[in-house]
Design a protein around this ligand. Structure first.
Ligand code: UDP
Ligand code: MG
Length: 316
């Protein structure tokens, strides 16, 4: 069984030597049947030099340098596409996710799971703000999303070939990889671990990048925001009807100022009508969006039949 380790690195010159050392230890058992793929995501520091230097003492190492910074999820995708392994292990360069957990993840995979992801039971050395926003984000995302996305997980996971192939078959450009693995299905299980503080360098996810990431995730896995207008319009039209009753009552009983009734009615009715039209457009745009994403319709996880399974026939 061949093992691939995939690590995206952006401005991680300080982390690379320690990372390569701990990874080589963690994959020692695999000897020649392992590769460690480091992707330099358009770093502006000496990350690429550090990768080249590490290569000298670690023959399993594969370095890929992207032509420019494309972001964490794209860098990870580049590594996943290059991976040759039957099993693929992915983690961050900063050693916040312990590579030693690979043994436990392998154990679970041997028991038949296709995806074993790390679930952070605790995050050390991160600001209250990051912890709070991350907590809220995963809960809100789940409330909005049509597929259950495991809470408090990152891109720290071990996957097998068929689940990776499933994710690589999704041609979408906005890639929220942890959600894509969740969406792909198959048998998944989480292992709890304590997320260590970043050892060297600093976070590549300042607030702005976190927001962009959150919006990518939300829009990639839910079209509910687009349909919000439809719901609001029902509320608004209902209110317009109630206002109508109130307006006529006031007109007759209190003799209100001329023009008041018609203005109120026009405002409440037309805002409802506008929201309704927006909502209808949202419904269509949502469907267009799903079509444009062009994801595969399904993946086969098990087959029972006499002839060779489809996957084998395709390879033959
Ligand atoms: N990363 C990357 N490209 C980017 C931003 C981040 O390849 O544009 C990598 C980074 O080097 C690290 C991983 O993505 O290996 C996660 O980033 P970081 O540890 O800074 O995120 P945090 O743990 O603070 O959420
Ligand atoms: Mg980190």
């Amino acid at each position: 069984m061949y093992l691939s380790v995939v690590v995206p690195c952006m401005n991680e010159e300080a982390s690379i030597p320690g990372l390569v050392e701990r990874l080589t230890q963690a994959v020692k058992l695999w000897k020649d049947s392992a590769e460690i793929i480091l992707i330099d995501d358009g770093s502006t520091d000496a990350t690429w030099k550090a990768i080249e230097a590490a290569k000298a003492s670690c023959p399993q190492l594969v370095g890929l340098k992207l032509s420019a910074n494309r972001g964490h999820q794209i860098a990870l995708t580049a590594g996943l596409e290059a991976a040759k392994g039957d099993r693929i292990f992915m983690l961050d360069a900063d050693l916040q996710d312990p590579p030693e957990l690979l043994t436990d993840m392998m154990f679970m995979m041997d028991r038949g799971f296709d995806v074993v992801y790390g679930r952070r039971s605790e995050r050390r050395g991160e600001t209250m703000f990051k912890k709070a926003t991350a907590h809220l984000f995963y809960r809100f995302l789940n409330a909005m999303s049509d597929v259950p996305i495991p809470q408090d997980t990152g891109d720290f996971r071990l996957v097998n070939r068929r689940s990776l192939d499933a994710v690589l078959a999704m041609p979408e450009k906005a890639r929220f990889i942890r959600g894509m693995f969740a969406w792909a299905g198959f048998r998944q299980v989480g292992i709890e671990y304590i997320r260590a503080p970043r050892e060297l360098g600093e976070t590549k996810y300042p607030f702005r990048a976190m927001m962009r990431f959150a919006i990518d995730a939300m829009t990639a896995f839910s079209t509910k925001p687009l349909k919000l207008a439809t719901r609001l319009s029902f509320l608004s039209l209902l209110m317009a009807a109630l206002m109508g009753v109130y307006v006529f009552y006031s007109l007759v009983v209190y003799q209100t100022a001329p023009g008041w009734a018609s203005v109120i009615l026009a405002v409440s009715f037309f805002s409802g009508a506008q929201l309704l039209t927006l909502g209808i457009m949202g419904e269509y745009i949502g469907r267009l969006y799903v079509e444009a994403k062009n994801r595969p319709l399904y993946f086969v996880s098990e087959e029972e039949r006499d002839i060779a399974p489809v996957t084998q026939r395709l390879r033959a």
